[in-house]
Design a protein around this ligand. Structure first.
Ligand code: ADP
Ligand code: MG
Length: 349
């Protein structure tokens, strides 16, 4: 986990907008040759090159997308970058720049913004992306952060959501459901803390789950691994809202159906153990829990041998004709229709 040491308090008004921007961006270094001009002018200048440009944005609002009572600001900064990089990687591209816009109320001291930017900087360094701009403004209440990521992809390597074909294999990277369970654990601890602030939570059994919720990693490595294996996905999407919901996007846009197998869903042992403890169905959690930031993709059946023994991947099913719909084959060999329910749906149950 990232450390959050926020003891001093300097008011943002003391610095002013320009002082603040200068202060928070001073330690960022430019790494990519395509960044001609970063922070400091009216606009950033990027080298367009022969490749295609990918652009993606996410907006995160306090109280809607995150809760600062268990999401430290450094983690928030890191995660805000990850959710955007994940979208670039889901196009089979390489992320090279980000812009970051923030609106903060005067309830936040400078040290809080420093923490936020420490997380953003760690993400930039780890993933080799340059912070090239943004905007800074005040809000009447809470904090809002919007990140835009810019990436590149060779024309013949871009992968859309709409290319899945009948008989293709359905593949996911990593494992599913841990980030959602991490949120459940953190919410439970928050309630316990409200009742008894002296209670020291014992989170040893949930380290992986909490890490997946508070410090997700985008799958920068997958494009390279697939290239090495000489496999090009026919369709790809990142798992932000839950497997079911992402399968719906791929199947709807590709005009196909799919069959996925309950016993093939990749689950970490901590997910299985914690589902038992919380009396949740692990399959439901894997299908509907969001924020895993793994990649879901389809490959031609001819790629079976390259994919099947790779520890990064699980083949969870295959693509069918559109009129077959989307189905889950249970451990008891029953077929049930999948619902396009994201993690918000799961939450309101
Ligand atoms: P302008 O008035 O032209 O919008 P600003 O004073 O807002 O310029 O920004 C000055 C420079 O600092 C620009 O390069 C801008 O992209 C960058 N910048 C502003 N806010 C942020 C931020 N929160 N994070 C990173 N860069 C920022
Ligand atoms: Mg501005």
């Amino acid at each position: 986990m990232l450390e959050d040491k926020n003891t001093q308090k300097t008011s943002l008004a003391e610095l002013g907008e320009f002082g603040l921007i200068k202060h928070i961006t001073q330690y960022f270094k430019v790494e990519n040759a395509s960044t001609i001009k970063g922070v400091g002018d009216d606009a950033a200048v990027l080298d367009a090159s022969e490749k295609q440009t990918l652009v993606t944005t996410d907006l995160l609002i306090e109280g809607v997308h995150f809760d600062l009572s268990y999401m430290p600001l450094k983690h928030l900064g890191y995660k805000a970058v990850m959710v955007n990089l994940s979208d670039v990687y889901a196009m089979n591209g390489v992320a090279e720049q980000i812009t970051v816009s923030i609106a903060v109320s005067n309830r936040f001291p400078l040290e809080a913004i420093e923490e936020l930017y420490a997380g953003i900087q760690l993400a930039c360094e780890t993933y080799s992306v340059d912070l090239v701009g943004g905007d800074t403004t005040s809000s009447t209440k809470g904090i809002l952060i919007s990140v835009t990521a810019i990436g590149k992809v060779e024309k013949d390597e871009v992968v859309y959501r709409d290319g899945a074909k009948e008989t293709d294999l359905v593949v996911v990277s990593g494992d599913l459901g841990a980030a959602y369970l991490g949120l459940q654990v953190l919410e439970r601890e928050k309630e316990v803390f409200k009742v008894d602030p002296n209670n020291q939570p014992d989170l040893d059994n949930y380290t992986y789950l909490i890490e997946r919720q508070l410090k997700p990693e985008a799958r920068k490595d997958i494009a390279g691994i697939l290239k090495e294996l000489d496999v090009k996905p026919t369709a790809m999407i990142d798992i932000s809202d839950g497997l079911s919901s992402e399968l719906f996007h791929i199947c709807t846009q590709s005009k196909v159906g799919c069959k996925v197998y309950e016993d093939k869903l990749p689950l970490d042992p901590q997910v299985i153990a914690t589902c038992e403890e919380f009396e949740l169905d692990a399959t439901m959690v894997a299908l509907s829990g969001g924020e895993d930031y793994e990649l879901l993709f389809t490959v031609p059946i001819a790629a079976f041998d390259q994919i099947k023994d790779n520890p990064n991947f699980s083949i969870i099913g295959h693509i069918t004709a559109e009129n077959q719909g989307l189905n889950l084959v249970t451990r008891a060999a029953q077929e049930i229709e999948l619902k396009a329910q994201g993690w918000n749906g799961l939450k309101s149950e």
